[in-house]
Design a protein around this ligand. Structure first.
Ligand SMILES: [Zn+2]
Length: 409
C-alpha cells in the first residue's frame, strides 16, 4: 500500500477504534492515562512544588478580561477540564508483537485535533524500524480538549463574534478560535500546559519502566520524533535528560526546531493574529516582568531545568549561548528535516536555532522541496492530483527518518 492509500484507510478505521485495531503490518492499541501534572495549571489558589517542597498561592500574573466568549465557557479553569486529565494515548505496534523493547515517541503539532496525519508516519516507523510508536497527546490537544472546542457551529459563531471585537484580526477561523481565545486570555497557559505535557511524558516513561504497561518491555530503549511545536517538548525532554533516561535517545525533528519568536504561526489552522500578539507580548518580550510578580513561574524557570529550557526557546537572543550549548552537546544525536516551502517554520530559522547563530553546531539539518503543492500543516497532501509524486516524496523523506531512528542491537 502507498502512503496515500494507508492514510485514507487508517483515518477511516482509526475513527472507530475500540481497544485495538489491526491494519496490514500494524496493530494499534488504545491506552488510558491519568495526568498528575495538571495540578500545575492555572485554576486553583494553592500550588505545591514536590521537588522543592515549596507552596505557592495562585500567581495569576497576566489576565486579559477583554477576550470574552459570549455563549461558551471558554474561561473554564484549566484544572477543571476533565478531558485534559484523563485521556487516551496510542501504541502502534508491529503486527503480532506482544512486548516492545524499542520505542519511538511521536509528538504532534499545535492545535491538532486528530491523529490521522500521524498514523501513516507511525506505520512507516513500525514497518522500517520495528519500533512501537507511542502517540501521546500534548495538553489540551487531540482528545485532551473538550469536544466543544471543535464543534463547528459553536466555533463559527465564536469566530464571527471575535471578528467583530477585533475588526483588524487576521486568520480567525472556527478551527483556531478556541485555542486562540484561551491563549490570548492567559498566554502563560503556553508555559504551564507545555510543562504539564513534559511531566506527563516523564510519568509515562516511569510507568513503562515499572512494567505497568503490558505492551512495553521495562528495559526498553527509545528515540523521539517530533513535528512542529512538538519539537519544543521533545527538545526539552532530551536536553533536561531526567534521571539520564534520555542519554542515548536520538531526536528527529520534522518542520521543527526554530525558536518561538522566529515562527510565523498566524494561519487558519494554528493561531489568529491577536493571540500571536499576546503570546509575543508575554512569552517573547516581557516574561521577565511577569516573573517578578509570579512566584511560581519565577521558581520554575529559575529552579527547574525543563522550565528554563522552555523559557530559552521563546526568544532567539534569550540565553542563546546556554541554549546552543545543549544543541552542541547532543548534535550527533539530532537530525532535522525541513521543507523549503514551509512558511510557518522556515528552514533557515531551524538552521539558525539548531546550528547556532555562528553555524558552529554540527546538527544535520536537511532541506527538501517537492514538485507539488504543500505547506507546513500538510507536507504530504492526501488528495493531491499528484499523488504519485507525494508518495515518492514521502518515501524519500521517511526512508531517511527511519534510517536515523532505527535503534541497532
Ligand atoms: Zn520546584
Amino acid at each position: 500500500m502507498s502512503y496515500t492509500e494507508d492514510y485514507k484507510v487508517l483515518k477511516k478505521i482509526f475513527s472507530s477504534i475500540d481497544d485495538k485495531l489491526s491494519y496490514g503490518s500494524i496493530d494499534i492499541y488504545k491506552k488510558e492515562f491519568d495526568s498528575l501534572a495538571y495540578k500545575l495549571l492555572p485554576g486553583v489558589t494553592k500550588y505545591h512544588c514536590e521537588k522543592h517542597d515549596i507552596e505557592f498561592s495562585s500567581g495569576e500574573s497576566y489576565q486579559d478580561d477583554k477576550v470574552g466568549a459570549k455563549d461558551i465557557d471558554f474561561n473554564k479553569e484549566d484544572t477543571e477540564i476533565e478531558e485534559n486529565k484523563h485521556f487516551n494515548y496510542f501504541i502502534v505496534m508491529p503486527s503480532g508483537l506482544k512486548k516492545a523493547s524499542k520505542l519511538t515517541f511521536l509528538f504532534h503539532g499545535f492545535n491538532e485535533k486528530d491523529w490521522s496525519k500521524y498514523l501513516p508516519w507511525a506505520k512507516s516507523i513500525c514497518d522500517t524500524c520495528g519500533h512501537a510508536v507511542i502517540l501521546f497527546p500534548i495538553a489540551f490537544h487531540m482528545d485532551r480538549a473538550p469536544k466543544l472546542w471543535s464543534d463547528k457551529r459553536a466555533m463559527f459563531k465564536e469566530s464571527i463574534d471575535r471578528k467583530k471585537r477585533y475588526p483588524n484580526i487576521v486568520n480567525s477561523t472556527l478551527s483556531n478560535v478556541a485555542i486562540s481565545m484561551r491563549l490570548q486570555e492567559k498566554p502563560q497557559r503556553f508555559m504551564w500546559s507545555g510543562l504539564q505535557s513534559y511531566y506527563d511524558v516523564i510519568d509515562l516513561i516511569e510507568l513503562f519502566k515499572k512494567g505497568k504497561v503490558d505492551l512495553i518491555d521495562p528495559n526498553f530503549k527509545f528515540n523521539l520524533f517530533a513535528y512542529s511545536i512538538g519539537g519544543f517538548l521533545a527538545q526539552i525532554l532530551k536536553y533536561s535528560n531526567y534521571k539520564n533516561y534520555f542519554s542515548n535517545s536520538k531526536l528527529c525533528l520534522i518542520c521543527s526546531g526554530a525558536v518561538f519568536n522566529r515562527l510565523s504561526p498566524v494561519t487558519k489552522f494554528i493561531l489568529d493574529s491577536e493571540t500571536n500578539i499576546s503570546l509575543y507580548y508575554y512569552l517573547v518580550e516581557h516574561i521577565d516582568v511577569f516573573m517578578k510578580k509570579d512566584n511560581m513561574m519565577r521558581h520554575f524557570i529559575n529552579e527547574h531545568k525543563e522550565a528554563k529550557l522552555l523559557y530559552e526557546m521563546m526568544n532567539f537572543t534569550r540565553l542563546r549561548e546556554d541554549r546552543e550549548s545543549y544543541n552542541l552537546k547532543y548534535a550527533k544525536q539530532i537530525y532535522a528535516v525541513t521543507f523549503k516551502k514551509d512558511h510557518v517554520i522556515p528552514s533557515y530559522e531551524i538552521r539558525n536555532a539548531l546550528q547556532g547563530a555562528y553555524r558552529n553546531i554540527p546538527i544535520n539539518v536537511e532541506e527538501f522541496d517537492f514538485p507539488y503543492e504543500y505547506g507546513h500543516e500538510v507536507p504530504f497532501p492526501y488528495d493531491s492530483k499528484d499523488s504519485d509524486l507525494v508518495d515518492k516524496a514521502y518515501s524519500l523523506v521517511f526512508d531517511k527518518i527511519c534510517k536515523f531512528l532505527t535503534i541497532e542491537e
